[in-house]
Design a protein around this ligand. Sequence first.
Ligand code: ADP
Length: 628
Amino acid sequence: MAVLLGVLAVLQYRWVGQLSADERERLRSHADNQADNLTEEFNRELTRAFFWLQVGPELQRDAPLDDEVTRYARWYAAAPRPELVKTIYRLSEPTTEKGPWVVERFARDPARLEVVAWPAELDPVKPQLQQTLDARRNATPQRLIPTIASMPALVIPRLGPSREQSKERAEGRNLTVSPLNGYTVAVLDRPYIEKELLPQLVERHFRLSQDPSVYVGIYGPGIAFSAPAGQVPAALRSAPDVADDDLFEIRFFEFRRFVTDRRVEPPPTVAGTIGAAAVAGRPVTPPSGANTIIVARETRGGNPFRGRGGQGGPGGPPAPHWNVHVLHRAGSLDIAVSHARLRNLLVSFGVLLLLGTSMGLVLMTTGRAQRLAAQQIEFVAGVSHELRTPLAVIRSAAENLADGVVSDPKQVKRYGDVIAGEGRRLTQMVEQIMEFAGFESGRATLDVRPADLGGIIEEALRGADPLVREHHATIERRSAAELPAVLVDPGAVSRSLQNLIVNALKYGGTPPAVVVEARRAEGGRREVSVTVSDNGAGIAPRDLPHIFEPFYRGGDATARQIHGSGLGLSLVKRIMDQLGGRITVRTDAGKGSAFTLHLPLAPEGALAGSAADRAADAPALGDPRVPA
Ligand code: ADP
């Protein structure tokens, strides 16, 4: 069983370890997915704005694009989140080398474009636009990054109705659009993003209100957002469990999603390209086959909208994005998992410990039961043996009497005495056994009341009288003139004292000289002590710790074949325990032993009231010296 327990513990340990590793993986990938979904949805909103402001959702094959004012107005009138875009500027490239950019701001009610001076809020965009313009003039086309996360804003190349007839158009599968020399700049509403859009998205994807197990942060140029609002640990920014760095990106391959008029979809066999994808300068794999929308195609030489490489594309520096950070509330995912692991280990090892302890207990109780069974068998054998001798004596004496072998009256009296003595020993033994059985079963109850100690001692001496005579012993009784009353069961204490006196006679010297001494305890202890001392050989040190155990008989007692059951002292001890008293023993090798009963005092004057009790408990005190 112990080996099995050990094996189980090892298996359990490994299994819990494995579970934790799996759990860590599961939690990480769950958080990863949530961050991914959030990024996806946020980017979709950006992409929608880009698409609506570049071509508009209502595309029709072979139809010219709506004019830009209509497209801008449609955003505010019909987009799901029009608040995302704070201001729309239409920028036109300078027509001459040193000429100025023409900036028009979109105004609503009525929808119109108003020419304004270059606004300060567009300053961060200018270098990029100028660079792209110069590059094109020098015939070294360069890509444009369509997102400026730090503002935040979208830079959207403008498209207009096509002025050229392309081959695709002739085949009827292309939109009639062509690039214009300019950009639509949509300045996004940062407060709206921080206070409405991001909290909504975080709640939708992380459900923090129901399962607040993680912190979510969004960091990057121009943003430091965290959920839940309030204090979040610094590790959320510096050492998150999961980080997704794709937030604030236009997903050109998703353009198809935003077209509300499907008539522009090309015939299933025709493959096309997404022209606008190239505008973004991000690596995009155009979906092949059906359902491809061609939204723009550059026709001029050295166009900036096609080709690979360049800023923001492969080989160029990445466009600055925002990052989604996720951190477990426990401090990190690893900490959370290791806490859970510790808990699991504690629970499983607790169960194993319980199992081990119960096994130990079963072993212990089985051992005890075995010892008890052996003791009982020993007892039965011992008692039978003890019964045999007096019975044999009684029987042969009785037979002799019956057969008329003895007729002399003196001899008949002796026979009578022998039979009475053996009968007494039998009775005493049977009583001890019954008393012991009473204690063992818990049925024995003591009748505790205030009692006179002198009477109790007297009673005990009287009970031992025949044995005293048999052993030709002397018993000396010493006691103070006035003994206080004790709170005990007088019968039980008298039997206990008698037991001690009988032992003193049995194990005493030859002839035995027994002293019974009662005195009040010194030092203010509320008890009276009664000591029975003898002049025997004393108790062997190896026997001393066991003499109060039931059925225990000293080596000397068995060797000298002194009659006894081994129950006497154990009964005395139990009676003392129940009365709240004690029994102590002193022994001197070769000089004798002294057993002392310590009895609790009765309250002052408790006995005075009931003279009848006193009379019953204290028969007339006779001569303290009982003659042999
Ligand atoms: P029993 O006397 O029937 O054997 P007890 O419980 O009265 O059983 O005593 C247990 C053992 O203690 C005895 O067998 C004996 O060895 C030892 N013993 C008890 N009283 C004395 C005594 N006064 N002197 C020496 N040994 C004693």
